[in-house]
Design a protein around this ligand. Sequence first.
Ligand SMILES: [Zn+2]
Length: 500
Amino acid sequence: MKKSVSIVLLLSLLFTMFASIGHAAAAPPKLYLNGKQLMSDVDPQIKNGSTLVPLAILSDGLGYEVEWESVTKKVTVKDDNTVIELIIGESMVRVNGVIMETESKPQLINWRTMVPVRFVGELLGLDFEWKNTEREVHMFDKIVPPVKEPVDPIAPTVPVDPLVPVDPTNPTVPEKPALPTGIISGVTLNEQNVITITHTGVQKPNKPLLLENPRRMVFDIPNATYLPELSATFVNGQSETTLMDNPLLNGYRYSQFSNTPLTARLVVMINPDTGYVLSETENAIHLSFMPSSEVPIEPTIPVVPPIPVDPPLPLPGESDEVYDIVLDPGHGAKDPGALSKSLNRWEKEFNLSVALKLKAALEKDKRIKVHLTRTDDTFVELVDRVKFAENLKADVFISIHANSYDKTSVNGSETYYDRPNSKPLADIIHKHVLAGMGLADRKVKKAGYKVIKQTTMPAILIEAGYLSNSTDSKALFNDAVQNRLADEVTKGIKEYLNLK
Ligand SMILES: [Zn+2]
């Protein structure tokens, strides 16, 4: 531990020296946790008004568990209650499986991963204060961490070899001490639209997640459970109240969301312009709902509606989402695609036929809504297919094609993906394409087809078989095979979306 602290100091001194030689820009902000300065080998930076810090600040400095996947450029930050997943350059962030948006995107700066400390820290329960003249970010943990070894920034006592790598699996901050469990004894709504949670020993809920369809705020209360007399009144694991004619609220429900970690959840169904203010009195937390315009200072809820990048994982009691699936039958009209010489039929016909069957099969499930980029023999530009899916903010994009090759012996089914966030979808769907078509396995492959490259949601392109091969051709234009393919891909999509 001592070793890594010294390396960090040494490096930070070097970096500070170079930085001051290089340019005379504003000094980097300093970071403090509970009044104690946090050091890092790379200086924090301010980009677009938010402070970005290297990952080591979150792990070594703040004691969170941090993972970095270089292939997918994904950062995962977690504590006992919260898992935050960020992707470099993306404004979409997944928090406990739910998508949120941040204006301060994580970035790679000089090959280092830099993350927005305030956005992440607040989700993990830290309070923030920015001292503008001093250029200092002050963070306050509600639980004071155990006293660390004093760090003397002037005299690192043990000179160490700066080439010895810092062990990232050995964060230098001890774990936070466990708190006694909080007990909720009542959740009530009064005529002034204040929801009061009466309790003993309950911590403030985390910042709510704002979800759509229907619009609602989800408050998670860490380390809390209910008085047995209260939970005994739950029906199907929750207490639910529906409100009529209330201009702000449509209802609320609460439940024990999770036992490990122990988390109570309150979901408040809100109208579009409803905001809230949280206050606390002894043994009570008050959520006062009001029109957003009346919320003092800055609203505590994200104002941008969440946009899915990955399929949001359905949460218990939260399975009322509708998934938007875009099916893209390739080609159309003047662009017929490949020709089956043996049957004298064109690819565009196969693509549309399967897409229509797949739509019918998928929409048997009310949680799925299918959108087709073309519903008849018309020509649609690739760029318009991409725009169509993007405008819909679709959850999944599937382009349907059949292949062709000079050698008529080449045969089998392929599934293509381009972006890393599409690979899991490709793997699952390909399995079902094979089961549906019953042809040779030509595997999952990566290729930058425009429609799967330029879209942002998980997107794949199926080449169901080879029209240049007579055996494949027969299967491709066989109605029973097409139906089986539609049923199998439906199973695959539901498997991917975790729809039981
Ligand atoms: Zn094609």
